[in-house]
Design a protein around this ligand. Structure first.
Ligand code: CA
Length: 229
């Protein structure tokens, strides 16, 4: 089994910090959150995570300054850093600065996009921590080739059904509400009706449950959906 990647989130907006923790933990990461730049610097001296999500504007010292300091230390010289920046002028400025960050995500960002960037960066930096193959019961999903097989037979899925299955398979047996699926698969700045989730779950179920095969998509009345191993 792959080791659990550790991610430190440095973000002073509490609601965003909570959202990030929730979504990253749902993906199976171990998460530590810090609200101040100076506090983050101290914590990062004690323990270096596998990836850092770093807000630009922070109390204490700024994300840019922290990033610069981290690059000067041997222990954090190569630490993967994704910078969170505000939309507008500031994010244009930050791109022009050589802060040493590996990637930038502009707020407000969609959760699926951020999770994809985190995954891509961990795969490059710590390939042993990220599995490209997900397996739940007799279903296998390959994140790189975007292929899905059940008992060796290829299952053809549309892009939304693929993302939905990937999301459900990343935490087998866990029940997700329609709102959580909307946020995790479609992203919170996309306006789609919760019934859209039902439509795509229906398509996914139909594609997965080939003749005489057990229905692996579980509907929990009043709660949501899960995929069972
Ligand atoms: Ca901030």
């Amino acid at each position: 089994m792959a080791m659990v990647p550790r991610i430190t989130v440095v973000e002073d907006e509490e609601a965003l910090s909570v959202l990030l923790r929730y979504n990253l933990e749902a993906e199976g990461y171990e998460v530590e959150t810090v609200a101040r730049g100076d506090e983050a610097e101290i914590r990062l001296r004690e323990r270096v995570p596998d990836l850092l999500l770093l807000d630009w504007m922070l109390p204490g010292i700024s994300g840019i300054e922290l990033c610069r300091r981290l690059r000067l230390r041997d222990e954090t010289e190569r630490l993967p850093i994704i910078m969170l920046t505000a939309r507008g002028e500031e994010s244009e400025r930050i791109r022009g600065l050589s802060t040493g960050a590996d990637d930038y995500v502009v707020k407000p960002f969609s959760t699926p996009e951020l999770l994809a960037r985190v995954r891509a960066m961990l795969r490059r930096a710590r390939p042993e921590t990220i599995s490209t193959q997900l397996k739940v019961g007799d279903i296998e999903l390959d994140r790189e080739t975007h292929r899905v097989h059940r008992r060796g037979r290829e299952i053809r899925l549309g892009p939304t059904e693929f993302r939905l299955l990937e999301f459900l398979m990343s935490a087998p047996n866990r029940v997700y509400s329609r709102a959580q699926l909307l946020d995790g698969v479609w992203g919170h700045d996309v306006y789609v009706d919760e019934r859209t989730v039902d439509v795509h779950v229906g398509r996914l179920r139909k594609a997965l449950n080939l003749s005489n095969m057990r229905d692996v998509v579980r509907t929990v009345r009043g709660a949501g959906y899960a995929i069972d191993g």
